[in-house]
Design a protein around this ligand. Structure first.
Ligand code: KIV
Length: 273
């Protein structure tokens, strides 16, 4: 993809001008593909745990997992902004732990980090930003807190819960985030937040009134068996992959593969004796 490198300040300036497109990627080949497709930001999300590593929740993803996959995505040298998720346990204990973890992700190639939580984590965000690493906030449904939230439910349903989300967004803005992910709230709540903060909002499952959208790549490609109801499947890659491998298996069993065109050795001249 041609064009200027997307930096955190450049992404922040897109608010009110162009809708922001973010998608997850966790490895080198898919990072190259989504970057060539022209997305603005690539998120090495901790959804990694569930869609790639087969875990039941994102809470078992470690900082080492995130470093390894961030480094793989960074090797694609994307034009898009590379944002890495701070995994569960890497920022909650203290501000110094948060800064140390963010530095490790930056050393692995992250150009920004994202962390889940509202005003209770404003001090962590401020400290990471002071250390020179841009931070993306994440409010609404925060999967790392699904135990406390009682599952993966729509957030901000009552008036007071919606007011709290607005206070969270304001606290994050004040702490210095350059963008905020809003996950699984009502479209009205997301709209109110979007209109109340100066930084872009990037939504997933929170309707169309945001400054951008993010999807998990494996949901978009049809690689997750049970995608969330708000994810759109743009292609059924599972069927395509299965058909290709079935075809390969059939050809091997019937002695059709490798055929002459995949047996280049036959054409080789005899090695000089
Ligand atoms: O981990 C992730 O993929 C995310 C997105 C759902 C925003 O945080």
């Amino acid at each position: 993809m041609q064009g200027k490198k997307v930096t955190a300040p450049r992404l922040a300036k897109m608010k009110g001008k162009t809708r922001i497109v973010m998608v997850t990627a966790y490895d080198y080949p898919t990072a190259r593909l989504v970057d060539e497709a022209g997305v603005d930001a690539i998120l090495v999300g901790d959804s990694l745990g569930m869609v790639v590593l087969g875990m039941d929740t994102t809470r078992t993803v470690t900082l080492e997992d995130m470093e390894r996959h961030t480094a793989a995505v960074a090797r694609a040298r994307p034009r898009a902004l590379l944002v890495a998720d701070m995994p569960f346990g890497s920022y909650e204990p203290s501000t110094s732990k948060a800064v140390e973890s963010a530095i490790r992700l930056a050393r692995a190639g992250a150009e920004a980090v994202k962390l889940e939580g509202g005003e209770e984590y404003a001090d962590r965000i401020r400290a990471i930003v002071h250390a020179g690493i841009p931070v993306m906030g994440h409010i609404g449904l925060t999967p790392q807190r699904s135990l406390r939230l009682g599952g993966y439910k729509l957030q901000g349903k009552t008036q007071s819960a919606a007011e709290q989300l607005l206070r969270d967004a304001k606290a994050l803005e004040e702490a210095g985030v350059f963008a905020i992910v809003i996950e699984f709230t009502s479209p009205d709540t997301a709209k109110r937040i979007t209109e109340s903060v100066s930084v872009p909002t990037i939504c997933i499952g929170s309707g169309p009134h945001c400054d951008g959208q993010v999807l998990v790549l494996h949901d978009l490609l049809g690689l997750t068996p049970e995608p969330p109801p708000f994810a759109k499947r743009y292609v059924d890659l599972s069927s395509i992959i299965k058909r290709a491998v079935q075809e390969y298996a059939r050809e091997v069993r019937e002695g059709l593969f490798p055929g002459p065109e995949h047996t280049p050795h036959k054409k080789n001249k005899q090695a000089p004796g």
